[in-house]
Design a protein around this ligand. Structure first.
Ligand code: IPM
Ligand code: MG
Length: 361
C-alpha cells in the first residue's frame, strides 16, 4: 500500500499563496516519483484569517493542523493588520499555532550555497562555506512568560511588562534536541545566553553544561548574545550548531540568514515531542511585492523538503528537491532578491517551472 500523507497548507498573506502554489506542484511531482501520495487541505491563518473570521487563528484551523501529518506554512502579516490590537494581529495567530502544536524546537539552517556566495553583503572569504544550524526555543521565554501586558501603576503611569522565564524542563528538552542535532552535524554546539546579566540565562547555562555530560562527543561552548551577534558577522565559520532561547534565536537567526545573501532561500522546521511539525520559510510575507510574480519560491520549496525529511520520513524525496534547487541555481536562474550580473532573472512561477523541469531530469 502506498503511504498517504495528510498535509495542511497555510498559505497566509502577501506572497504566501504564490510561493505555496510552487511548493504544492513540487510535492505532487516528488510524491509520484517516490511512490507516496499527499492529500492537501487548506486552512486560514494570519491576515487572511482575520479578514474572513475576525481571528488570526481559529480553533477550527488549529484542529485541522492537529489532525494532519504535517503543516506547511508560507508567511503571515502585512501593513493592513499592523495597527490592530495584539490579540487580533497575524503574528498572534502564528504564536498560537506554535503553542497549540507544542512546537518547542525550531531548526533554522543558514547554509551558504556556493552559487550565491556573491549575493551576501559580506566578503566571499568570510561567508564561503558557512553552514550553521540555529536551534531556537520556540514556545517559551519572553514571548510567552507571565505576567505580560500594559498595566497602570499606582501613580497612573503606564508600564509595559513581559517576563523572560524558563523552567528547567523546558531548557533540557531544547538542549537535548540541540545536542542531538550537533551530533549529526559537525559535533560543535554553541549555547547563547545573557548569563552575565539575566538569572534566566544563568539557569540556561547551568543546564546546558549539565546536559553536556550526556553528550561527550559534542563540544559545548557558551557565548553571550551580544558577542554571538558580533561573531556571526565577524567569522561565521566558527559556528556549527547554535542553541538559544526564543528572543535571542529570533534575532540571531535573521542575522545568520543574511550571511547567506538572501533570507528568501532559507527554510525552517518547528517540531514538538510528537504530533505534526510545522515547516515554513524564515522570510516574511513581503507585502510590497505580493501578487506581482516576483517572489523567490525557493525557501518555501526547501521548507517542503524539510517537511519530507523531518516530518514525513521521506529523506530521498527531500534530497531530490534540494538537488533540483541547486540545479536551477547552477543553470543561472535567479529571482530578483538573489539576482547578480550575468544571471537570468525569473519570476516566481517561472522559477517554479524551472524547478519542475529539474526534478524531471
Ligand atoms: C519569526 C518571526 C516571528 C517571531 C513573528 C512573525 C511572530 O519573526 O518566525 O522569526 O518573532 O517568532
Ligand atoms: Mg523573526
Amino acid at each position: 500500500m502506498t503511504q498517504n500523507y495528510r498535509i495542511t497548507l497555510l498559505p497566509g498573506d502577501g506572497i504566501g499563496p504564490e510561493i505555496m502554489a510552487i511548493a504544492v506542484d513540487v510535492l505532487n511531482l516528488v510524491a509520484e516519483q517516490f511512490n507516496f501520495s499527499v492529500t492537501f487541505q487548506e486552512a486560514l491563518i494570519g491576515g487572511a484569517s482575520i479578514d474572513a473570521t475576525g481571528d488570526p487563528l481559529t480553533a477550527e484551523a488549529l484542529h485541522r493542523c492537529r489532525q494532519s501529518d504535517a503543516v506547511l506554512l508560507a508567511a503571515i502579516g502585512g501593513y493592513k493588520w499592523d495597527s490592530l490590537p495584539r490579540e487580533k494581529r497575524p503574528e498572534t495567530g502564528l504564536l498560537g499555532l506554535r503553542a497549540g502544536l507544542n512546537l518547542f524546537a525550531n531548526l533554522r539552517p543558514a547554509t551558504i550555497l556556493p552559487q550565491l556566495v556573491g549575493a551576501s553583503s559580506l566578503k566571499p572569504e568570510i561567508v564561503d562555506g558557512v553552514d550553521i544550524m540555529v536551534v531556537r526555543e520556540l514556545t517559551g521565554g519572553v514571548y510567552f512568560g507571565q505576567p505580560k501586558g500594559i498595566f497602570e501603576t499606582e501613580t497612573g503611569e503606564k508600564r509595559g511588562v513581559n517576563t523572560m522565564a524558563y523552567n528547567q524542563s523546558e531548557i533540557d528538552r531544547i538542549g537535548r534536541v540541540a545536542f542531538e542535532t550537533a551530533r549529526k552535524r559537525g559535533g560543535k554546539l554553541c549555547s547563547v545566553d545573557k548569563a552575565n546579566v539575566l538569572d534566566v540565562s544563568q539557569l540556561w547555562r547551568d543546564r546546558m553544561t549539565q546536559l553536556a555530560a550526556e553528550y561527550p562527543d559534542v563540544e559545548l561552548s557558551h557565548l553571550y548574545v551580544d558577542n554571538a551577534a558580533m561573531q556571526l558577522v565577524r567569522w561565521p565559520k566558527q559556528f556549527d550548531t547554535i542553541v538559544t532561547g526564543n528572543l535571542f534565536g529570533d534575532i540571531l537567526s535573521d542575522a545568520a540568514a543574511m550571511l547567506t545573501g538572501s533570507i528568501g532561500m532559507l527554510p525552517s522546521a518547528s517540531l514538538g515531542e510528537s504530533g505534526p511539525g510545522l515547516f515554513e520559510p524564515v522570510h516574511g510575507s513581503a507585502p510590497d511585492i505580493a501578487g506581482e510574480d516576483k517572489a523567490n519560491p525557493l525557501a518555501q520549496v526547501l521548507s517542503a523538503a524539510m517537511m519530507l525529511r523531518y516530518g514525513l520520513d521521506q529523506p530521498q524525496a527531500a534530497d531530490k528537491i534540494e538537488q533540483a534547487v541547486l540545479a536551477v541555481l547552477d543553470a543561472g536562474y535567479r529571482t530578483g532578491d538573489i539576482m547578480s550580473e550575468g544571471m537570468k532573472l525569473l519570476g516566481c512561477r517561472a522559477m517554479g517551472n524551472a524547478l519542475l523541469e529539474a526534478l524531471k531530469e
